[in-house]
Design a protein around this ligand. Structure first.
Ligand SMILES: [Zn+2]
Length: 99
């Protein structure tokens, strides 16, 4: 089965995405990953920080909960539930954001 090719979200970058930036969203009944972007290794920090800001700026509906943005290893065609969260890489992206 052919898989959709997903490239990095960074403008004009055509590298295949190796990472997915997403946050777990829940409305009290369903939980799903809300995707904020895809990144290649070079733009991971940039995309992650933008995603983090966008997530914080997203208005929540009543009863809706959106967790902190996380970093996941992206594999085209794999289901969100099976994506591996990359905690240590996530931490280093946060540490590098210079806040
Ligand atoms: Zn890129």
């Amino acid at each position: 089965m052919s898989q959709a090719f997903v490239c990095c979200t960074y403008p004009e970058c055509l590298e295949p995405a190796g990472y997915k930036i997403a946050a777990m969203r829940s409305d009290g009944r369903f939980r799903e990953l809300k995707t904020y972007g895809h990144a290649c290794v070079d733009h991971l920090g940039n995309i992650f920080q933008k995603a983090h800001l966008r997530c914080e700026a997203t208005p929540r509906m009543p009863g809706e909960v959106i967790d902190e943005v996380g970093l996941y290893r992206f594999r085209p065609g794999s289901r969100d539930a099976f994506l591996e969260r990359l905690w240590s890489l996530e931490e280093s992206c946060r540490a590098n954001s210079g806040q």
